[in-house]
Ligand binder design. Sequence first.
Ligand code: HMG
Ligand code: MG
Length: 336
Amino acid sequence: SDSNVVNIVEVGPRDGLQNEKRIVPPDVKVELINRLGRAGMKIIESGSFVSPKWVPQHGYDDLQPTKPPSTQMAGTPEVLTRMEKLPGVHYPVLVPNLKGLENLLELLSNTVYNTLTDPSSSKPTTIPPTDEIAIFTSTTDAFSLANTNCTVSESLDRLAIVTQKAREKGLRVRGYVSVVITCPYSGKVDNKQVRDVSKKLLEMGCYEVSLGDTTGMGTPASVGDMLDVVMGAVPVEKLAGHFHDTFGMGVANALQALDAGVRTLDSSIGGLGGCPYSPGASGNVATEDILYAIQGSKYKTNGEVDLDEMVRIGWWISEKLGRENASRAGKAIKAR
Ligand code: HMG
Ligand code: MG
């Protein structure tokens, strides 16, 4: 039945790329997003409007070594204007503060929108670069200070204003809570804190809250315990699971979340990425691994997804980044 439809939020072009050392040019990001959309992804996180001073500066751009140092997310405006906007697909971007929202709104008002022609009509339709932002906070002040230079309560105050303004402009807003299991700076996290922060994000107007196991230290048991507490105050329909795969628990934790009733999972093509403020953390659970894991189960994806094409995309982007493909299913499927 419909209650077993799983929504996958493909976060590779943002969470994945933001922590990759080799900076790829907008062309590659545009092709990545276009291919993910054509392969069947319905929500593709496409970049961020964060301060370039805060997402680590990499030494130089391997692919364009004559250009000055930049950061992986700096090209987001160009990517948003050039990528293909498929009907029915959302392309959220991360926004940390009002400044980021203003930069996005300026882009939205200045862009000559992509014109796609609906094959069933003779009228061209214009589609704005994006209709969704994602805001983010965390459960601990230590992580919040490292990631956004303010405490959790200060960040909630800021984000309430950002959310209100974004919604006034017709954007939908997704919320993230980072470090829902363990914080790299303050250790084991209190599940009640996850619950309370999630509730506040929903109250300020987020349509969904994504629970981030940033360090990837969660296990099915600790994820299950955390979800029990959060679901005491927040409807499970409003929750998503965001699992980093540092300890190889990504798929197991994702299945645990599905068992608990969660129906939205964040994942990253090729298992790309990490988190700049979570030392040693590896990428998100690979989208290919999630797709493989739910094959033949009662769960199905929201729309057809072409797993073989996803595997090819995972290999292609890993090669572009000069990194190992972190999807186990991607490796195995290629080898057979
Ligand atoms: P701040 O230094 O306190 O900001 O940083 P500020 O307001 O004092 O401004 C300082 C300078 O930055 C100023 O420039 C601003 O104009 C500029 P200056 O006057 O010095 O030339 N600035 C900006 N520029 C561009 N875009 C902006 C922006 N804001 C200020 N939006 C701030 C505070 C929040 C901006 C900063 O800490 C920041 O950008 N943090 C984001 C870090 C980040 O991107 N982290 C990764 C994403 S979160 C994540 O990955 C977790 C997640 O995946 C879930 C999980 O796994 O847990 C979502
Ligand atoms: Mg993340």
